[in-house]
Design a protein around this ligand. Sequence first.
Ligand SMILES: Nc1nc2c(c(=O)[nH]1)N[C@H]1C(S)=C(S)[C@@H](COP(=O)(O)O)O[C@H]1N2
Ligand SMILES: [Mo]
Length: 364
Amino acid sequence: MSAPPPPMSGLIVRSEQPFNAEPPLPHLRAAFVTPQATFYVRSHGEVPRLDEAHHRLRVGGRVAQPLDLSMAELRQRFPHRTVPAVLQCAGNRRSDLHRVRPVSGDLWAPGAIGHAEWTGVPLAEVLRAAGAAPDEALHVAFSASDMVDMPGEESFRFGISIPMGKAMSGEVLLAFAINGEALTPEHGFPLRVVVPGFAGIRSAKWVTGITVQDEPADTPMQRKNYKLLPPDIAAPPFDWERGFTINEMPLTSAICEPEEQATLPAGPTLLRGYATASGRGVTRVDVSADGGRRWQQAELERRPGAPWSWTFWQTRLELSPGEHELVVRAWDSAGQTQPASPEEVWNAKGYLCASWHRVRVRAD
Ligand SMILES: Nc1nc2c(c(=O)[nH]1)N[C@H]1C(S)=C(S)[C@@H](COP(=O)(O)O)O[C@H]1N2
Ligand SMILES: [Mo]
């Protein structure tokens, strides 16, 4: 009997162990709702193979009524909600920062992002049933089944947290389905957290425990990594105290087509890509064929009433024969736009690269 084909065929593998992979950008741009098979995978350890029938979710800490739920109980006892939301790794587009000065971590192109319809139970409902005090100063920590190895750390169980205010917002889900189908093991089967608008790291996969506590999670990935360090910190050992925790993701955009280093016929050329403002609206997308001197506005495609969804954009630009630097930048509903160059946002861990996305092409 042959093994079933891997669900993530066609992805560009950035690391075999742990398994990290992202879709080629034209695949990502092919559908407004990213199919699970096209969705990037970011794992810190081995992918656990879990059994839904025996999976349990324990809720404890500063709650009046601790819970210990099977998957069937979770599904039956709480209302279901579907939220279209972007999930994006804090390291998306790290390769652009690496070209400025070396950074540590997987060298993601702009494909460590996806947009799916997540279905599950609102975390807020479960916290309310457990009698968690809705005190905004508290933290909600998630623990998971996977063991993580990080450089300089003893092996530990995955754990991460979010502030109570976000946990009680209706959009944070304990999700058991993506685009109407069960999660695959790589994406967190049988249960994962989805925190719309926050860096992917907060969306714990294979979640087994929820703890309401006074402090953020006491794990290396909460205390140290996933912090934005100031630019003068260039090499390890990092002084993590000088960094701040990455929660909300910044306004960003990317060109998905044409691809970097493409050779195209001169003349009108279709450019397509994505933009996301993480809760705010994307109000305008500008595209340039001359490195950002002259701009043209792209046509936008988005889903009304879906604040955590993304925006697709497209436009045709006239390319004369020769080399061109294609550039995109998005604007949000607060009139903010993206920084022009990766130099301005360089940080040693290579997080939050949200500068104008630039693609070099040749027209013949
Ligand atoms: N348990 C667990 N949850 C996790 C991770 C992990 O390694 N273990 N990786 C996180 C990171 S860094 C990201 S970007 C997202 C990626 O989710 P995906 O693989 O479904 O795209 O999961 C997050 N949740
Ligand atoms: Mo991530």
